[in-house]
Design a protein around this ligand. Structure first.
Ligand SMILES: [Zn+2]
Length: 101
């Protein structure tokens, strides 16, 4: 049988019924930004050239991960409770007094 460890606190998850799986998807907002008059007056070919050069200097994996990345974590029961409370309050990344990563 596989041994699972909590990805949050490192504790051994001794029984399958005590293992929780948390999946996180992080992706760029699909909302379109508003165009200003200044945007419409830009030299679009020069702007495209600048963006292409900027992308060529970046790592392809980093660029892909900026658009979409997915993670999966194993959690023990106490850590599941911490995230459950945080997600209920829509503040999953904010540390509470006395909490640490
Ligand atoms: Zn844990």
């Amino acid at each position: 049988m596989l041994t699972y460890y909590c990805d949050c606190c490192g504790a051994v998850i001794s029984h399958p019924s005590e293992r929780y799986i948390m999946k996180v998807k992080m992706y760029a907002s699909p909302e379109m930004s508003e165009f200003t008059q200044e945007d419409l007056e830009k030299d679009h070919l020069a702007e495209m050239d600048r963006l292409i050069r900027q992308m060529e200097e970046r790592d392809a994996e980093d660029l892909k991960d900026e658009v979409y990345v997915e993670y999966e974590f194993d959690l023990c029961i106490p850590c599941r409770k911490i995230y459950y409370r945080r997600f209920q309050g829509y503040r999953p990344l904010k540390l509470e007094p006395g909490e640490s990563y």
